[in-house]
Design a protein around this ligand. Structure first.
Ligand SMILES: Nc1ncnc2c1ncn2[C@@H]1O[C@H](COP(=O)(O)OP(=O)(O)OP(=O)(O)O)[C@@H](O)[C@H]1O
Length: 207
């Protein structure tokens, strides 16, 4: 009889508790994030969605329990990580340098081509449209080939058309990665086909 080893999870929470000012934002939460799967985290304001992402990113430590780290993680948080006065190439270069990765020219060209913004490589970020900036942000994730991609409401500041465009780009570009998206909206282009996680009273439930 042959046995198949269980697929390796990308990241996992093991009995994680996080308390702020006496309130348990996460209360003994365990969950395994599977490879090549998209998750959308919803819940009312202040319930702990950003805290969950920060724990997965390793920016926060749990009070109890542990988070198994992913090999490589990319973040796309609400505040843009792009430097407006620098060009697209310089922005991606800074990220590659910060991550200690070599082969900047090849990685940058490939990531921008995949995000369909190759023609903007030498443009200053300040001159890009909102949708172009979002695509360049996606390229800053792609250059590092992350296994786990964390997104905090990447579409909330965009108009409906650009949201659909960026949502479609995320689905296409990160189909092979584990993607965890925090959303404030009941329907977002990223919810289709995603596993929905609801954070409430310190618990993480899924439908
Ligand atoms: N560093 C911190 N110190 C103290 N309290 C914090 C800290 N970070 C978060 N909190 C509190 O923990 C709770 C959860 O915050 P969090 O930002 O994770 O919620 P959220 O669900 O992302 O909220 P929103 O949807 O409004 O962005 C909030 O009550 C917040 O005030």
């Amino acid at each position: 009889m042959t046995t198949t080893a269980p697929a390796k999870v990308t990241a996992a929470l093991h009995g994680v508790t996080k308390t702020f000012d006496g309130r348990k934002v996460l209360d003994d939460v365990s969950f395994a994030f599977q490879p090549a799967t998209r998750y959308v985290v919803t819940g009312r304001s202040g319930c702990g969605k950003s805290t969950l992402l920060n724990l997965l990113a390793g920016y926060l430590e749990p009070d109890l329990g542990r988070v198994s780290p992913a090999v490589a993680t990319g973040y796309l948080f609400q505040d843009e990580l792009l430097f407006s006065s620098l060009t697209v190439r310089q922005n991606l270069g800074l990220r590659l340098t910060a991550l200690g990765l070599s082969d900047h020219q090849r990685r940058t060209t490939e990531a921008l081509a995949r995000a369909e913004v190759g023609g903007l490589i030498d443009n200053p970020v300040s001159q890009l449209s909102g949708g172009e900036r979002q695509r360049v942000q996606l390229a800053t994730l792609l250059v590092a080939s992350p296994q786990l991609v964390l997104m905090d409401e990447p579409t909330s500041k965009l108009d409906a058309e650009t949201r659909l465009d960026v949502g479609g780009a995320v689905l296409e570009l990160f189909a092979d990665q584990t993607v965890v998206v925090v959303s404030h909206e009941e329907r977002s282009p990223l919810s289709d086909g995603a596993i929905r996680l609801r954070l409430q009273d310190g618990r993480l439930d899924h439908d």
